[in-house]
Design a protein around this ligand. Structure first.
Ligand SMILES: [Zn+2]
Length: 283
């Protein structure tokens, strides 16, 4: 996203030309139903379509076009030819950068809506002119859009991957282990703790794989690989219903491709199948 999107905070004055609108009704984003895939509205003003946003945040420039995150009342009917999609559905239908921008727009709007009053003293907050923040004029407490880091860990043992199933997932779907970072932890601490807590396994050679913002509601998934170092799999029975070793040739039903978990599993399986190291570095 770095090359094509320039994050900015102060909206241009006297803008001419169309802008791109990330317009949300609750957690659903308003899109135009084009022939084969949805398109984000691009127009000078949403009023052209009879829409009146109740909240607006300027996001920056995407391919030179000004971008705004706006909230529309859930009761407001969308124009003909428009529909409201869940973010997860949108993620599978638009290019990666627009999906990421939609997630950014949602997180900023959601934060703005949830921090209209000071969480310390209850006074109405005000936007800060110099940064994306809301400050309390009474006690000075300032809130920023929150981000909750969470780790994902794919443990390997030779040609096998350790995959687990959460109780709420559809039958037969497995994925890598995951969990939230606790205050005071380094990411490598979280990886070891979560693996131990969820499946009772010890790991070594923890390596960074990649990351993905996950706006449900404001996570940042940070994915790692690690090698099995000992212990028998014993699911905790609460967060993990079932966990097993799977040969890369016989993987179960996996998460959809919009998530980093799928990219992690596909990439590592491919490396093992080609006889490469798990990290992609020469053996
Ligand atoms: Zn306050």
């Amino acid at each position: 996203m770095a090359e094509e999107f320039i994050p900015l905070m102060i909206a241009p004055e006297g803008r001419s030309g169309p802008a791109m609108w990330f317009a949300f009704q609750g957690a659903r984003i308003a899109v135009l139903n084009d022939a084969d895939k949805p398109a984000l509205p691009c127009c000078a003003d949403l009023a052209e379509h009879g829409l009146t946003p109740v909240r607006s945040q300027y996001l920056g420039l995407y391919q030179g076009t000004h971008c705004y995150a706006v909230e529309i009342r859930e009761s407001e009917p969308l124009p003909a030819g428009w529909s409201a999609l869940g973010l997860r559905d949108l993620f599978g239908l638009v290019e990666t950068q627009l999906a990421a921008l939609s997630g950014r727009a949602y997180q900023i709007l959601d934060w703005d809506r949830n921090h209209q009053y000071c969480s310390r003293c209850g006074t109405q907050t005000e936007p800060r002119p110099d940064e994306r923040a809301r400050a309390c004029p009474s006690c000075g407490f300032t809130s920023y859009p929150p981000i909750s880091p969470a780790i994902m860990i794919l443990v390997t043992r030779g040609r096998e991957l350790l995959l687990a199933r959460k109780p709420v997932w559809p039958d037969g779907r497995f994925s890598a282990l995951a969990g939230f970072v606790e205050p005071g932890e380094m990411l490598e601490d979280t990886v070891v703790r979560e693996t131990r807590e969820e499946v009772g396994v010890e790991i070594r050679n923890i390596r960074y794989f990649g990351s993905q913002p996950w706006p449900f509601p404001h996570s940042l998934m940070i994915a790692f690989t690690a090698e099995y170092a000992g212990g028998e799999i014993s699911p905790d029975g609460v967060e993990i219903a079932e966990a097993r070793w799977f040969d890369i040739e016989h993987l179960p039903k996996l998460p959809p491709s919009i998530s980093i978990s799928r990219r992690l599993i596909d990439t590592v399986s491919g490396r093992i199948a080609r006889g490469e190291s798990v990290t992609g570095h020469p053996l």
